[in-house]
Design a protein around this ligand. Structure first.
Ligand SMILES: NC(=O)C1=CN([C@@H]2O[C@H](COP(=O)(O)OP(=O)(O)OC[C@H]3O[C@@H](n4cnc5c(N)ncnc54)[C@H](OP(=O)(O)O)[C@@H]3O)[C@@H](O)[C@H]2O)C=CC1
Ligand SMILES: Nc1nc(=O)c2c([nH]1)NC[C@@H]1CN(c3ccc(C(=O)N[C@@H](CCC(=O)O)C(=O)O)cc3)C=[N+]21
Ligand SMILES: [Mg+2]
Length: 296
């Protein structure tokens, strides 16, 4: 039986509609959640992504400002902008789009952000809170993956989970969240000896390596739940202008084996943006001392 296709686009739309309701209530009390996105340099994929964040924030009734800085921006200039946004009471969330151009230190940039406004969950305070089980602003993409997993599977207790990738933005926090959800967690990376074998053991497989179509159909355990985080643009076919967007998983083969699987596009990507908005509302409520009505 072919896999259930997990509709991240629909889930994201539902979450954003609920957030829009919540934001309307907050705005009525004078609290308009505000997001600031900083984009340094002209990476075209980042441009597309940042535009859609801005649009979806506005649609949810939030305030959103994007700061587009030239690739030559200095560390001091970036620090100064972050300092201003930290001090700005209308700003509740600050996100610096990664990767940064060469010459800018991502650790220093992330540490400059007020942890209370760290909607990407990358600040050492956020990372520490997540790892130690304290309330934390959780990185958006792993948070979105968890929402989809809970929606499909309910309780994850006891499941063998494999995360492919160990980045700070995705792989590591994903491992932490699965561990907190009582999974038995393995984190694989480019030095993993036999990735296919690791995959075959996994009840939950989260692929975040940035390698197009790397995970083959016969690497999937029958009935497994597959979350494909990869966003890769293939080279254009002759006569095409743009190549096809694919994940890290060979979707066509994997869907014949898996129990449930996310497509690319329309899977994890839209969830990332919805979770960014959710984190911004969360940060705004915490700063204002407002208790949120619903557990998101
Ligand atoms: N859908 C969404 O919302 C988002 C999608 N993405 C996408 O997810 C993917 C991963 O992103 P990100 O975590 O930032 O990427 P990074 O490049 O920061 O990290 C990639 C990770 O994958 C590992 N890896 C690379 N090649 C292999 C391999 N052949 N076998 C096993 N592991 C491998 C690397 O290992 P090592 O550490 O050893 O180098 C590294 O840990 C990208 O395609 C990105 O575009 C990212 C964020 C959000
Ligand atoms: N500080 C920081 N935080 C991030 O969260 C962050 C980042 N930097 N740098 C880049 C990656 C990438 N990322 C995506 C988010 C949404 C889609 C998305 O919405 N994708 C849609 C459409 C994709 C398309 O059509 O191009 C989909 O998958 O359906 C993709 C990619 C967040 N990232
Ligand atoms: Mg990265």
């Amino acid at each position: 039986m072919p896999a259930h296709i997990i509709d991240g686009k629909a889930f994201s739309a539902g979450l954003r509609a609920r957030l829009a309701d919540e934001v309307k209530g907050l705005a009525g009390r004078g609290l308009v959640p505000g997001l600031a996105v900083i984009l340094v340099g002209e990476d075209p994929a980042s441009q597309v992504y940042v535009r859609s964040k801005e649009r979806m924030a506005r649609e949810a009734g939030m305030a959103s400002t994007t700061y587009r800085l030239p690739a030559e921006t200095t560390q001091a200039e970036l620090d100064a902008l972050i300092g201003r946004l930290n001090a700005d009471e209308a700003v509740h969330g600050i996100l610096v789009q990664l990767p940064l151009p060469a010459g800018l230190d991502p650790h220093r940039v992330v540490e400059a952000i007020d942890p209370a406004k760290d909607v990407d969950g990358l600040h050492p305070v956020s990372v520490g809170n997540l790892a130690s089980g304290a309330p934390a602003l959780v990185p958006c993409t792993p948070k979105g993956c968890m929402m989809l997993l809970r929606d499909v599977l309910g309780d994850l207790t006891g499941a063998r989970a494999l995360v492919v990738g160990r980045s700070n933005l995705m792989g590591k926090p994903m491992g932490q969240l699965l561990l907190a959800a009582n999974c038995t967690v393995t984190v694989a990376h480019s030095r993993t000896r036999d990735l296919a074998e690791e995959c075959r053991r996994a009840d939950i497989l989260v692929a975040a390596a940035g390698r197009p179509l790397m995970v083959k159909g016969d690497w999937i355990k029958p009935g497994a739940t597959v979350i494909d985080v990869g966003i890769n643009r293939l080279p254009p076919e002759p006569g095409q202008e743009k190549g096809r967007l694919v994940g890290d998983v060979d979707f066509d083969a994997a869907k014949e084996v898996a129990g449930a699987i996310t497509p690319v596009p329309g899977g994890v990507g839209p969830m990332t943006i919805a979770c960014l908005l959710d984190n911004t509302v969360e940060a705004a409520c915490r700063m204002a001392g407002v208790e949120r009505g619903r557990d998101a």
